[in-house]
Design a binder for this molecule. Structure first.
Ligand SMILES: N[C@@H](CCC(=O)N[C@@H](CS)C(=O)NCC(=O)O)C(=O)O
Length: 220
């Protein structure tokens, strides 16, 4: 197999890369990493010293590639398929990267902070993380009023970022009622076959998620 993906089926940043792989039918060996097992941590840290996943190993090019956005850029370049995820034009690509960063930095990261706080039992004040997610929801809803996908006419890197970020964030901060564009977009994203596949694979692991009871029944 040309590619190995080091990941966990429950991990949100891994979902982002899995969606890209499934969108373009890219074959890969799936290597589940148990961060609680010393041997697995040592193996992952040898690939990426921050010991975070996803990481892919491209055996033909002898390269390890880390960071979900960079991995998707890499796949788009070296494993192109029927759904290019980064547009060729500079302006369009800039827009896609902007929305990728928006979902990662202002939805995904604060969502992870809240989840980590619950896992560690640190009981920090999460008000600012929750407010950031709400600010992002408002911005995203506005964007989606005039854009069928997160960053334009086509499904892109930005939508790969959006799906796991919104999936987990909405278990912590529900989408406000007036955000009809965001709500409709979420339904459309969740119906995408690549996203459905990722969620189906995550399903057996959902009970490990500390906010499991907030996952809507349709995903269980
Ligand atoms: N910026 C990284 C974030 C990766 C990340 O935070 N991965 C999480 C799983 S979703 C992880 O490895 N957490 C384990 C840890 O932080 O110890 C990316 O885009 O890939």
């Amino acid at each position: 197999m040309a590619l190995t993906l080091y990941y966990h089926p429950l991990a949100s940043y891994c979902h982002k890369v899995l969606i890209a792989l499934y969108e373009n039918d890219i074959a890969f060996e799936a290597r589940i990493v148990d961060l609680g097992a010393e041997k697995d941590r040592t193996e992952l840290a040898a690939l990426w010293p921050f010991c975070k996943f996803p990481v892919i190993r491209d055996h033909a090019r002898q390269r390890n590639v880390a960071e979900s956005s960079i991995i998707i850029e890499y796949l788009d370049q070296f494993f192109p398929g029927q759904h290019p995820l980064i547009p060729k034009g500079f302006e369009e690509a800039l827009e896609v990267r902007l929305w990728d960063r928006t979902f990662d930095n202002y939805v995904h990261e604060p969502m992870q902070d809240i989840v980590l706080d619950r896992i560690l039992g640190t009981k920090r004040d999460m008000g600012s993380a929750r407010a950031t997610i709400q600010t992002a929801y408002t911005l995203i809803d506005k964007q989606l009023a005039s854009s069928p996908w997160a960053a334009g006419q086509n499904f892109s890197l930005a939508d790969c970022a959006a799906a796991p970020a919104l999936f987990y964030a909405h278990t912590l901060e529900p989408f406000p009622e007036p955000h009809t564009h965001l709500r409709a977009y979420f339904e459309k994203l969740m119906a995408r076959p690549s996203v459905q596949r990722v969620l189906a694979e995550a399903k057996p692991y959902f009970p490990m998620y500390p906010f499991y009871s907030a996952i809507p029944a349709q995903f269980l």
